[in-house]
Write a protein that binds this ligand. Structure first.
Ligand code: HEM
Length: 149
C-alpha cells in the first residue's frame, strides 16, 4: 500500500469561503449567556427519537466543551481556514459509519435546526440576515459530515 493512502486526508474547506467572523461574534454572545450548550443538547435530544439512545453513555461535562470547540472550529472551517482541516476531519471520522459515534446523514437536519433554535433563544442581537448566514455556514458543515459518512 502507498504511504499516502495511510495518511488521513485533510478536509478542504468549501470554496469560495466567505468570512464568517460575524458568526464567531454571535457564538460569543450565545456563550456569554450561560447554559447555551446545555440548552442545545436539550433541544437536539428532543428533536428525533433516534438521538437520545446515542448519548446513553455520554459524560456531558466533557461533551459540552467538545461541542463548544467543535462549533467554533466548524465556523472557522466554513470560513476557509486551513488550520482546522485536521481537527475537522477527526470530528467527521468520529461520526462516520465506522466511527465511535456514527450519525446517519438524515439526522443532520435536526442538528442544524436545533442549533438555530438555540441561537434564537440566546443571541439577543440576532437578525434574520445573521440567522440565514448561520444556516448557510452550518449547512456546508453538515453536508461535509454527510458526504463522509
Ligand atoms: C444529529 C447530529 C449529531 C449527533 C446525533 C451527534 C452525536 C454525538 C455522539 C453520540 C458523540 C459521542 C459522545 C460520547 O463520547 O459519548 C459525539 C461526539 C462529538 N460530536 Fe457529535 N453528533 C452530531 C453532530 C455533530 C456535529 C455537526 C458536530 C460538529 C460541528 C459534532 C461535534 C462533536 C464533537 C466535537 C464530539 C466529540 C468528539 C471526540 O470525543 O473526539 N457533532 N456526537
Amino acid at each position: 500500500m502507498f504511504k499516502s493512502a495511510l495518511r488521513a486526508p485533510a478536509l478542504r474547506p468549501p470554496s469560495p469561503a466567505p468570512n464568517y467572523d460575524d458568526l464567531q461574534v454571535s457564538f460569543g454572545r450565545c456563550l456569554r449567556n450561560h447554559g447555551f450548550i446545555e440548552r442545545f443538547y436539550e433541544i437536539l435530544l428532543a428533536s428525533h427519537p433516534a438521538i437520545p439512545p446515542m448519548f446513553a453513555r455520554t459524560d456531558f461535562r466533557g461533551q459540552r466543551l467538545a461541542l463548544r470547540r467543535g462549533i467554533s472550529m466548524a465556523i472557522a472551517w466554513a470560513s476557509g481556514s486551513s488550520m482546522v482541516e485536521r481537527p475537522m476531519k477527526h470530528m467527521i471520522d468520529v461520526h462516520s459509519r465506522a466511527g465511535r459515534a456514527p450519525v446517519e446523514p438524515a439526522l443532520y437536519r435536526c442538528w442544524v435546526e436545533s442549533l438555530l433554535a438555540t441561537i434564537d433563544e440566546f443571541d439577543t442581537d440576532l437578525t434574520p440576515a445573521l440567522r440565514a448566514r448561520w444556516r448557510e455556514a452550518m449547512t456546508k458543515v453538515v453536508d461535509a459530515f454527510a458526504q463522509h459518512y
